[in-house]
Design a protein around this ligand. Structure first.
Ligand code: HEC
Length: 189
């Protein structure tokens, strides 16, 4: 095969991979795709990426939801992969840990592992359901976050989660993380 043929195959392969990634990320039609790659990103495109939620809740959007509301969303959009009551299936186990983190077979769930409830909101909003990320409204993300926290015995079934109440939640494993590099002057990071 000559070099030109190889180059065009590589370009074709690159285009379809980029197409798949963009399709998988659920991009709206107004966000530049394929041929626009390499152009300066528009403010609208940047705004869609630039919306992290910090551990202290900075960046949480307006909206609200309860576990009772979230249960329905979970059943329709999450259960197929994460199983009944979040006990896991093809997707990770999210609740109901029987083993401690220090057992021979540690079982990491939201309740025994995640240090911040705000990160749970951020993770779900940007990446779940895996087949249609960014498809849930902020109210739906608050509700399904509440349901997962409820399954982990962290909030009540009717407790309203919003930007204020979510940021106030103290997760059980909040102090379980140590900075392995603290005091190590040679560490690069
Ligand atoms: C098509 C299958 C699928 C569906 C549907 C799905 N998930 Fe997931 N989810 C996964 C997989 C696979 C992972 C592991 C991803 C990884 O580690 O990068 C995951 C990871 C997660 C995690 C992080 C778990 C951890 O502790 O690391 C959370 C939280 C989560 N999903 C919530 C949800 C919620 C909420 C929904 C519904 C709105 C949902 N998922 C729908 C497959 C799915």
């Amino acid at each position: 095969m000559n070099r030109k043929a190889i180059t065009s195959i590589l370009i074709l392969a690159g285009t379809s991979v980029a197409g798949l990634i963009l399709a998988g990320a659920g991009f709206a039609a107004d966000v530049p795709q394929g041929p626009d790659l390499g152009r300066p990103a528009s403010p609208a495109a940047v705004a869609r990426w630039d919306r992290e939620v910090a551990p202290d809740g900075t960046g949480l959007p307006p909206g609200r939801g309860t576990a009772r509301q979230g249960e329905k969303i979970y059943a329709a959009q999450c259960l197929s992969c994460h199983g009944k009551y979040g006990l896991g299936d093809s997707g990770d186990q999210l609740a109901g840990a029987q083993m401690g983190l220090t057992s021979d077979y540690p079982e990491k769930t939201i309740g025994n592992y995640w240090p911040y409830a705000t990160t749970l909101f951020d993770f779900i909003r940007r990446s779940m359901p895996m087949t249609a990320p960014e498809s849930l409204s902020d109210d739906q993300v608050y509700a399904v976050t509440a349901y997962l926290l409820y399954l982990n015995n962290i909030v009540g079934e009717d407790a309203e989660l919003n930007a204020k109440t979510l940021a106030r939640i103290k997760m059980p494993n909040r102090n379980g993380f140590i900075n392995a590099y603290a005091g190590d002057k040679d560490a690069a990071h």
